[in-house]
Structures are given as structure tokens and as C-alpha cells.
Design a protein around this ligand. Sequence first.
Ligand SMILES: Nc1ncnc2c1ncn2[C@@H]1O[C@H](COP(=O)(O)OP(=O)(O)OP(=O)(O)O)[C@@H](O)[C@H]1O
Ligand SMILES: [Mg+2]
Length: 349
Amino acid sequence: MSGTSLDGVDAVLLDAAAAPRVLASVHHAFDEPLRRELLALNSAGDNEIDRGARLGNELAKRYAAAVGDLLRGCGRKASDVRAIGCHGQTVRHRPDRGYTLQIGNAALLAELSGIAVVADFRARDIAAGGQGAPLAPAFHATLFRHRSENRVVANLGGIANVTRLPIEGTVVGFDCGPGNCLLDLWAAKHLGKPYDEGGEWAAGGRVIAALLERLREEPFLDAPPPKSTGRDLFNEAWLTARLRGEAPRDVQATLLEFAARCVAEACKGAARVIVCGGGTGNGALMRRLADLLRPAPVESSAAHGLDPSLVEAAAFAWLAERTLSGAPGNLAEVTGARGPRVLGAIYPK
Ligand SMILES: Nc1ncnc2c1ncn2[C@@H]1O[C@H](COP(=O)(O)OP(=O)(O)OP(=O)(O)O)[C@@H](O)[C@H]1O
Ligand SMILES: [Mg+2]
């Protein structure tokens, strides 16, 4: 898994039995040049086909290296693994135009790893009229649904998405706004770091009410689900258009408040909120979420048996298993697709 934050690759070894279990994991961070090239490819530019194909090859090498490391670390062989579920790196997400694009050369990954690869999970759902996202809700339901407690799972990735798991009735899931992506880009610009460690810089700033108001006017936030988004919307141009020369640290504080409110509003009514994704490392964001959602407990998924930084990667391993078993991976009521679909393309080993 490599997500919108462009922080790197998370690889997990998943036992995809009825009660899925992560057996081992590794994280490989992207170096700055790769991160920059991937970020650049998220907006229109010159020679995108060649740049995308070459970056896809580079990603396949990074994914293969992560898989190699993962297996060495736990003493397993390629032949012990049924398949790699490879999400790829999103460079465009435009369900409104009938497409989404995740790069990462799956054929090369199968060649380098000697393991079958399942990739391109989102396209089929979009072909069936859906958003192609989010796809983690089925996995969240498998892991975290409770028979006597209304729960919501909130994934704080580059974009934040929630999965509402009612005691009875249908699961609802949608992208609720920016998670870390705006915080990260502002931190990169003003601190020269990929993220604001623990949200400390934001915590020392002041929330600017007028700016918060302008951020919250974004129509995507009020649109009813199904809905999904990406860097196509929440990017530097979007943020810049809403700034009026405010002090950088106060902007960071406001962006944190903005992210927290987007997530908290989507979690309303939950008896318990289970949080995953890298944003769980942002203590200031977690504290603000807990304040906004009180009295509902806001807990890391670690309290429910799975490290928060591994949930998304585990979800795509689980989805690969669904594909190989001929089982649907999407929840049509979440994505808005015409029905359940077997997702992905299989690249045999
Ligand atoms: N210690 C920390 N302090 C603050 N932020 C952190 C910390 N650790 C991780 N993060 C944030 O988490 C991000 C990585 O999160 P994650 O990998 O879940 O996102 P992602 O790759 O975008 O995944 P997704 O597919 O869910 O969008 C980092 O870019 C950073 O913003
Ligand atoms: Mg990530």
C-alpha cells in the first residue's frame, strides 16, 4: 500500500482467514526525489505518459523491495504467499469523469517478486457506476463491527475516510475531507519536513475563525455520500485560493481544526470511534477529535488488535484474497456501484 500522503510503502503479511491477522509488516519511506516526482504527477504537466510509466516501474521496484524485506524479516519464502494485493499509487481520482488511475507496474512486480499480483482494484467499481472508493469499509466491517455497539472507523490518511458500522442495517462509508494532506503540504513549505511531528507546531498556533469558515465552505463537504476525493481537489492551489496572508503557524492550527471537524462530523452519533492511519501519530489531531466527539471514546485501532498504520495495507491484502476467491470486494451501498463486483486484475506468478 502506498497512499495519498506519499510517505512510502507499507507491506504486511496477512493471514486472510475468517479472522484476518497481520503476521509481519515493514514500512519503506519514499526518498524526497521520488516523493517530489509523484506529487508533480498528481497535477497536469508535460509528458505525463512517459513519466507515469517510468514512475510505475520505479514503484514496482520499491514494492518488490518492501515485499522482499518483509519475507526475509519473518523467514518466509515467496512460495508461501498466495498473492500480493497492490493498490498502486493514485495519481488521478476522477470518478466524475469515469476513471481513476493508480500507477505501479503490476507485471514487473510479479516478475521481480515471483508472486502473483492483484492490482487495479478501483476501476471495476467505477465501471459499475461507483466512486471506486473507499474500498476499506468491507474490511473495516469484518474486523471492527460489533453486534451491540454503533461504531465508526475513521482512517486518517492523506484524505480521511470513515466507515459507519451500525448494529443493524447497511454500512456507510465515504471520504469526509482532508486528513493529513493539507497539514503535510503546509509543514513541508514552512518547516521543511514531511509532516508536523505530533502536531506540535499546529498546537502552538491559533485557529483563525474566518479562514476556518472559508475552508468549510467547500461544497464537497456537504455533498451526500457516496463520495470520494483526492489531491485532485485538496491540493496546494485549493489552499492558496483561501489564504489571505495569515501567519503560517496559525494556518497550520486552522488546518488541523479543519481536518478534525471534517472527521468528527462524519463520526457523529457513534458510540465508539476507532481511528487508524498515519494521522493517529498526530497527537494534537487525536486530542482535538476526542474533544469534539466526547463522550464517545476515540481509540486507536491498536486497542482492537491492529496497528493503525497497517490497517489500509491489510485491507488490500484482504481484498486480493477476495478477488482470488471470486468474491466481491466493494460494498455497493458505500461506493454507489450498481452492485457487488469482483475487483482487480490478476497477474499470475
Ligand atoms: N508522528 C506523526 N506526527 C504527525 N503526523 C504523522 C505522524 N506519523 C504519521 N503522520 C501522518 O501520517 C501520514 C501517513 O499516513 P498514512 O500512511 O496513513 O496515509 P496515506 O499513505 O495517505 O494512506 P491512505 O491510503 O489512507 O490515504 C504522514 O504523511 C503524516 O501526515
Ligand atoms: Mg502511507
